[in-house]
Design a protein around this ligand. Sequence first.
Ligand code: SF4
Length: 320
Amino acid sequence: MRLRDFPAEELFLQGSAACQGCPGSAALRVAFKALGRNTILCVIASCTSVLQSPFPVSALNLPTLNMAFATGGAVGSGMSAAAERLTARGKFKEKPTILVWAGDGGTYDIGIQALSGAAERNADLIYVCYNNEAYSNTGTQRSGATPYAAWTTNTTKGKEEWRKDVAQIMVAHGIPYVATASLAYPTDMFRKFAKAREIRGTRYIEIQAPCPPGWKFPSSHTVKIARLAVQTGMWMLYEHENGKTTYTAGTQRIIQGQAKLLPVEEYLKAQGRFRHLFHPERDEERIAAIQKRISDVFETLQFTHKMKEHIMDIEISPRL
Ligand code: SF4
């Protein structure tokens, strides 16, 4: 699939209320193209609640329910059950895809209980976390997804904790499909949504969403920052199904030795939220700590890749 092969129909319309360079609107556009018109959307309190534009107009050209922060998994489960019943009664020719669209606040923190419940029941829905690594629509407060050392309005000297990894928590739930995606690799993102559409049960897709005002970079650099995140290993692209993780796009190329892992500094220096790591003086300790975590992961993956190539194919299923 190439960009020019994407469906021409636009289900995310012009004139949204998003900031310039908003990653959320770009991600919605790709997701809608991959999922198509037979989709019902549930938006959880987030920037998407705002960027869709105030009533009576909307940039979302799909049936949409706006819901409270904590409710994504629960409301999505109910919508899916209702859609199932209505399809059986002939109201729909084919069961619509239920798409729950939440930010990292509504996923990592406030909504994780409902999401976990839906995943444990294997509710038939696609849950998307567009992860801009903070509560951006309320002025950039820290979330469980904010990376270590990043500035937010309540971590002014840099966050002291490492972010948790909800995609891996979803893998641990044993759901049929988990994937991560990046705006810099739209064909990879499109393919993952198109694949998720064909799978039944809970599917979880997490998109890293570089946010110009919250991360403090020029609005024309959204895709550049998204690409640097993958090239430096700050964001990894993979999909997990049938007990197997497959790395994709830029991450796969680094693991297979076709591309170099760039120093994480290149990513950090490009954003004002990490400025305190370089000014007034360089914070060697924290920069080195971030680099070490990334390097350790990639060294292990590159070693495993070489072993697999030369010795044997090991597959480990988390479902025992
Ligand atoms: S704050 Fe960030 S994520 Fe929210 S609408 Fe603006 S650019 Fe998009």
